[in-house]
Design a protein around this ligand. Structure first.
Ligand SMILES: C[S@@+](CC[C@H](N)C(=O)[O-])C[C@H]1O[C@@H](n2cnc3c(N)ncnc32)[C@H](O)[C@@H]1O
Length: 250
């Protein structure tokens, strides 16, 4: 899908904000080479760099990379696809926040590419959506689409269970050191339009090319359906479930 880098940072800065503890788990060391896969606008790449590591941010979206380059002059960012990338020299660690679930239709290929990009003993530290992530949001999407006579929406994400992803990592040549699977209800503070705003930013491919009136009607219905589960007195809350892991290349 196409990412809107400006809207991403102003409305969804919480994605990077939640990534800060993941940088602690990575524990980058001065002089280490760290690759940030699906780096977005590079906020966490810069955080890793500030701890003394030499970083490369890779992202599939040229808009994200342009923004990253303008926000963090002096750091290296390139456009690249997690499902198809190689590096000239191996890295001590590959880091990824909130991005692997976007590359998930070929998870073993991504894991294999990460393995290839690491030195033996190199770390793979990441957080992604896990099984059940956004269940209320996606149920509302499916129902709204069905009610409008549309085929089931082709959701672009891969939200594996801990057991499934652990097996893939082990089979892919990694030793798993830590795996956490937890609910993280996340306030959509900057989404006055509620679930509809979330769909526009994170599931834009589902509404792309549809007539404006149809999109308005679909998103209105998504909000109605999602509200009982996700709207609180204080605002909208996304039903996020995360999978966080640290693994080492064997
Ligand atoms: C929710 S953002 C997270 C960005 C950043 N890691 C952060 O914490 O703010 C997901 C990012 O994954 C990128 N992405 C999606 N599919 C990708 C792919 N196949 N290869 C590389 N990047 C991809 C998107 O362009 C987007 O920047």
């Amino acid at each position: 899908m196409r990412w809107n880098a400006r809207a991403y940072d102003s409305s969804f800065g919480y994605v990077s904000a939640h990534g800060a503890p993941l940088v602690d788990l990575l524990d980058p060391q001065p002089g280490e080479r760290v690759l940030d896969l699906g780096c977005g606008t590079g906020l966490l790449t810069a955080e890793i760099s500030s701890r003394g590591a030499r970083v490369l941010g890779i992202d599939g979206s040229s808009a994200m990379i342009e923004k990253a380059l303008s926000l963090h002059p002096g750091l290296e960012f390139i456009v690249g696809d997690g499902r198809d990338f190689t590096v000239a020299e191996p890295y001590n660690a590959v880091f990824s926040n909130a991005a692997l679930h976007w590359m998930g239709r070929e998870p073993d290929t991504v894991i294999s590419n990460v393995w290839q990009a690491l030195t033996p003993g190199g770390r793979f530290v990441a957080e992604m959506g896990g099984a059940g992530n956004c269940a209320a949001l996606t149920a509302a999407l499916s129902t709204a689409w069905r009610e409008h006579g549309l085929p089931e929406p082709d959701l672009p994400w891969y939200f594996p269970s801990p057991a499934e992803y652990a097996t893939r990592l082990e089979k892919g040549g990694f030793t798993l050191r830590l795996l956490e699977y937890f609910d993280r209800p996340t306030p959509l503070d900057e989404c006055p339009g509620g679930a509809a705003d979330w769909v526009r930013t994170f599931a834009g491919s589902l509404i792309q090319g549809k007539p404006v009136e149809l999109v308005e009607s679909l998103l209105l219905r998504v909000n109605e359906l999602a509200a009982p589960a996700l709207r609180r007195e204080t605002g909208w809350m996304a039903d996020y479930v995360r999978l966080r892991f640290a693994a080492v290349r064997r």
